[in-house]
Write a protein that binds this ligand. Structure first.
Ligand SMILES: O=C(O)c1ccccc1NCC(=O)[C@H](O)[C@H](O)COP(=O)(O)O
Length: 257
């Protein structure tokens, strides 16, 4: 699946027209994850559809969802901007960014410098980089370019070998372990448990995908994750606030959001 998505991205990049610069206030993803609202930091995702689940939420209003996430105590927001596979759009991120006072991360498949510039222009605070989407040297160049432009990165791995390759090249400030196998689409939290021991203490560690319950959060937190990235379970909730409250089993907030 990743190869198919990356092929579409190549075409998209070759046709990319950069939008005008959004004028927004920026918030640090790293700092937000370091001082979370609850014991485990939450990056709540705005995702209409996905390759694995198809349409997740038909009545999709990205701004209202993001405002609900903020009201529910999310520490940061992730917005899917990929059109072809997730029914996302870069303009959703700009609209969300204007509506909330939280760090907003662009979740897309970044393979080229022009997309980094686009990510800056749409107003994002951070973006996802996926190990395996580009050669590791290129990934490091994109990472350095992003930070030079004031963008933070969540660097994502799907396998132990990818994590080892990443750490042999550089140590990102924020590392995500994605629990989803991109060939089978199955999610397994044991991915997080197996890779946790390899994550350097200096990096913030986020467990991504397949997190649906408080028991799931407790499990990845026990393994060493400082934060979780959650999409589907929140997108299927009656309301974003209720979804967060249920996801955390009613856990009280330790710091105001
Ligand atoms: O979600 C998918 O089907 C998917 C397929 C191929 C590449 C990436 C994919 N998802 C991106 C994500 O990593 C998730 O949206 C994110 O971690 C949240 O996962 P979940 O809570 O399971 O919706």
């Amino acid at each position: 699946m990743l190869e198919k998505i990356l092929q579409s991205k190549q075409k998209e990049v070759s046709e990319l027209v950069l939008p005008p610069q959004e004028d927004v206030t920026h918030y640090s993803l790293f700092e937000a994850l370091r001082a979370p609202t609850r014991q485990t930091a939450l990056i709540a995702e705005v995702k209409k559809a996905s390759p694995s689940k198809g349409l997740i939420r038909a009545d999709f209003n990205p701004v209202e969802i993001a405002k609900g996430y903020q009201a529910g105590g999310a520490d940061a927001i992730s917005v899917l901007t990929d059109r072809d596979y997730f029914q996302g759009d870069p303009t959703y991120l700009s609209a969300v960014k204007r509506a909330v006072q939280l760090p907003v991360m662009r979740k897309d498949f970044i393979i080229d410098e022009a997309q980094v510039e686009e990510t800056v222009r749409i107003g994002a605070d951070a973006m996802l980089l996926i190990v395996g989407a580009v050669p590791i040297n290129k990934l490091k160049q994109l990472y350095d370019l992003a930070y030079a432009k004031g963008l933070e990165c969540l660097v994502e791995v799907h396998a132990k070998e990818e994590l080892e390759e990443l750490l042999s090249a550089f140590t990102p400030k924020i590392i995500g372990v994605n629990n989803r196998n991109l060939k089978t689409f199955e999610t397994s939290l044991s991915q997080t448990e197996e890779m946790a021991v390899l994550i350097p203490e200096s990096s913030l560690f986020v467990s991504e995908s397949g997190i649906f319950t408080k028991a799931d959060i407790d499990r990845v937190q026990k393994a060493g994750a400082a934060g979780v990235l959650v999409g589907e379970s929140l997108m299927r909730a009656d309301s974003p606030e209720q979804g967060i409250s249920e996801l955390f089993g009613g856990e009280a907030r330790v710091s105001p959001s």
